[in-house]
Design a protein around this ligand. Structure first.
Ligand code: G3H
Ligand code: 13P
Ligand code: ZN
Length: 328
């Protein structure tokens, strides 16, 4: 059944678990996530970005979501818009059947320039007012995702010191978080504490200097009833880097967010954990392996099937690690 983010995260808060939000762009990823949720009896969040909507088309996504809930009627699924960049993007997602939207006003509509307080509160509040009329949930974001090591926002092109962000911008301020939730009435709040999107988050295993989990604890103390969201939460497992590189890939050494840090977050109010990169790597590793071991192969099913299975394994592992398993 399709459920809203609010319904799912209220249950998660009551029962002390976290819910991974996995990104999809195609049928294989949707089926892989659902197979994992089904195997461990877990509810799940399937999210699509603006890029995913452009890639797959809203109509395809809508029917794919209908299809997976028909195939697995007993699995609660929240269909969420990842990083909506303006109110219109959120409204068209709702029209396409999403039960939850993110209005990311931490950045302006260009997806790069940090949004100031009035901008962020303004657009977020507007989306909440409209979405709640139709029973749709809203996630907002306060603080800009990016690296505490380099000061680079993760949507920057990475050039020039003028793009550098201060720690004040990269870390969500707990007092501002309280004001933001009160003014916007969001159902869930994404916060910034040193993670960034993609595979290249940290140049070493992160410690408290570059991954500021203490910020989550401070926010949770002040906002015990607000569901917190961690973006950029792929762990970028070494073994997935190794498979990709063994079969012709060229990923540079890198570190992601250790699962034990996410588990610590779940103890302090983190309820939604966004994961895309790990699944991209799981699929790509298998596609590279099959094609390099079988250069004569050209049936897409021969590499997409192992790719789906690798994604299912990753999703299942996270559902178990976040205690989502058994909660369907
Ligand atoms: O925001 C990051 C998610 O991984 C989605 O990525 O915008 O390339 O679809 P995307
Ligand atoms: P990763 O790139 O760490 O998987 O983060 C995904 C994300 O935050 C999507 O919104
Ligand atoms: Zn994100």
């Amino acid at each position: 059944a399709r459920i809203t983010l609010r319904q799912l995260l209220d249950h998660a808060a009551e029962h002390d678990y976290g819910v991974p939000a996995f990104n999809i762009n195609n049928m294989e990823q949707a089926l892989a996530i659902m197979a994992a949720a089904n195997e461990v009896d877990a509810p799940v969040i399937i999210q699509a970005s603006r890029g995913a909507r452009a890639y797959a088309h809203d109509v395809m996504l809508k029917h794919m979501m209908d299809a997976v809930t028909e195939i697995y009627p007993h699995i609660p699924v929240c269909v969420h818009l990842d990083h909506g960049n303006e109110p219109a993007t959120c409204m068209t997602a709702i029209q396409a059947g999403f039960t939850s939207v993110m209005m990311d006003g931490s950045l302006k509509a260009d997806g790069k320039t940090p949004g100031d307080w009035d901008y962020n509160v303004g657009v977020t509040k507007k989306v909440v007012e409209m979405a709640h009329l139709g029973g749709i949930s809203v996630e907002g974001e306060l603080g800009v995702l990016g690296s505490l090591e380099t000061g680079m926002g993760d949507k920057e092109d990475g050039h020039g010191a003028e793009g550098k962000l201060s720690h004040d911008q990269l870390l969500t301020n707990p007092d501002e978080a309280v004001k933001f939730v009160a003014e916007t009435k969001v159902d869930a709040l994404a916060i910034a504490m040193g993670t960034s999107h993609g595979a290249y988050k940290f140049t070493r295993k992160p410690d408290g200097d570059i991954l500021a989990m203490h910020v989550i604890e401070e926010i949770h103390k002040k906002l015990p009833n607000t569901h917190l969201v961690m973006h950029g939460s792929s762990s970028v497992p070494q073994e997935l880097q190794d498979i990709i590189n063994k079969y012709g890939g060229q990923m540079k050494p890198t570190w992601g967010v250790p699962v034990e840090e996410i588990q610590r977050g779940i103890k302090h109010g983190v309820r939604k954990i966004n994961i895309d990169t790990d699944n991209r790597m799981a699929m790509t590793g298998q596609i590279r392996k099959v094609l390099s071991e079988n250069p004569g192969e050209f049936d897409p099913r021969k590499y997409l099937k192992p790719a789906m299975e690798a994604m299912t394994r990753l999703c299942k592992q996270r559902l178990q690690e976040f205690n989502t398993a058994g909660q369907a």
